[in-house]
Design a binder for this molecule. Sequence first.
Ligand code: WTA
Length: 646
Amino acid sequence: MEEAIESSLKEWQKIEPPEEFVKKANMNDPDIYDMAEKDYERFWEGIAENIDWYSKWKSVLEWEPPHARWFIEGKLNASYNCLDRHIDSRGDKTAIIWEGEKGDIRKYTYRQLLDATSRFANSLKDMGVKKGDIVTIYLPMIPEAVIAMLACARIGAPHSVVFAGFSADALAQRIENSRSKFLITCDGYLRRGKEIPHKKRADEGVSRVDTVDKVIVVRHTGSDVPMSKQRDVWWHEVMDSASTGCDPEIMDSEDMLFLMYTSGTTGKPKGVVHTTGGYMVGTHITTNWVFDIKEDDIYWCTADVGWITGHSYIVYGPLSNGATILIYEGAPDYPERDRFWDIVERHKVTIFYTAPTAIRAFMRWGEDIPAKHDLSTLRLLGTVGEPINPRAWLWYYENIGNKRCPVVDTWWQTETGMIMITPLPGITPLKPGSATRPFPGIKAKVLDDEGNEVSQGHGGYLALTRPWPSMIRTVYKNEQRFIDTYWSKWDIDTYMSEDGARRDEDSYFWILGRVDDVIKVAGHRLGTMEIESTLVSHPEVAEAAVVGKKDEVKGEVIVAYVTLAERISESDNLMSDLVDHVADEIGPIARPAHIFFTDELPKTRSGKIMRRILKSIADGEDVGDITTLQNPEIVEELKRKVDESG
Ligand code: WTA
């Protein structure tokens, strides 16, 4: 088997873009790279013409590292670019096809989406939301999530979308940091046929903060939920009484469009600030060139709107291109494991963008499942979120794309806002497992600790050495963290991605994964420190260390090593209590797959926990040098525990 794959990999060393595809591709001129390289500011200036501005910028870029300002004094509105500007030519075109887990379908044309957005924008205003107020959105995958985001953008109120799978506590933490006064949520939603009591979680979250005055509740499942008299209002009621038509607020290019909390090395998630002009320019063009969006495409990105992928490649990128997007509420294996392919077939999806973890799950379920469906409408496939192993890439290419569809492996981050390293499907020969090369105008390098470029084939840190329009502007209310995290490893103008990478003989990039304490579980970004502090907040836990263990499907799973307070015996109950505790405090995605109790954690003489060693133990790998530990004997003991657990 392995051999067959090896030879197959050789055979597929480079996959040239299909001729037919190249001919029609939105971008098929290989000179675009050189052109952008000659003068990247001029390049981005030309690209910015694809966005509608109330007034144009006075200059393209002000770069005072690490602060960049793009399209200075340009005025625009993001929701105008996603809606109003399409009305003349695409008013009756479908903007959103939504499918519920039960199979119910709702559609919005561009005109209907504009109408709903305007009404909701007016409702927000009626409620007292002003330009600059941060609105928290805590909604599952329903059209109202998109409408709420666009309505916020319309009135200049930055949104902070919190992933619906996060717990009350995680919600509270994000509301607290942003001091947000408004929350949009819903009664409940379906996950594998079961209703998740979302309003209850939202209420718990709100009760832990003192900022929220108003909660708007979407009636989605129709279940009975308690409504707080002064505070809560129904979405449909405010919509009914809202006036139609809402002039978009004229926003400065550098006004904040949204905040997106993401995990990093230290305990608390950080609020990544994105602004309007550069973000719209970057997401618009990457959607157009990387996904090759055309007028009649049905585009489906399976990410959740609660993550950056949902922001950039469900909402702002595709809608600013006037695309038809598909949104699915539920799980990929409900009611059966062919749900995704059934959706592709029924809605005639042409472009499909998902995460490697999903592909690996499909692979495990077997190729017979997609083979039962007509997937011939597909013409382009994409992946994002974690490194894709060549085997999974090939499986995707062969079994979903039938060797006809280019696969774009897109590397980027919450902080980059837009896709940074990616093939352009009409130009770039593909190599399974490689994100290939930087998007035109983007400069990426692989550096060593001293900031020197490492030679071909060797691993180093992935760095971005030139500003780009949709780059993170700061960490909300924590400028120091912004500088320390991203701009302090080398010179102040060089962005540290916290990913490892290497380049091959064609200068293609191969992303090796995170080099910090962030783990990616099924594509979701989690900080080990967040999980550790949650474990330690349990009364019976004294100390905890969390690492990512390699996993064939999820990429990584969470392994926790825990020392207990006093000598409480490690009952089975305690193990499941701790797992539940983490799920309650952060969300089910943060659930540890294994917990090992130990009397001690391996520490250096200065008392620092050696996570590197704990990771090697979890992965069953050689632990390397342990002579600097104050308690080297603990290593053997932990290895034995991990081995015994199978
Ligand atoms: C990882 C998701 C390899 C990487 C858009 C990055 C990838 C982190 C890829 C950001 C890819 C994303 N190949 N790794 N194509 N895309 N990553 O902020 O480790 O949720 O730093 O943004 O995902 O995760 P985030």
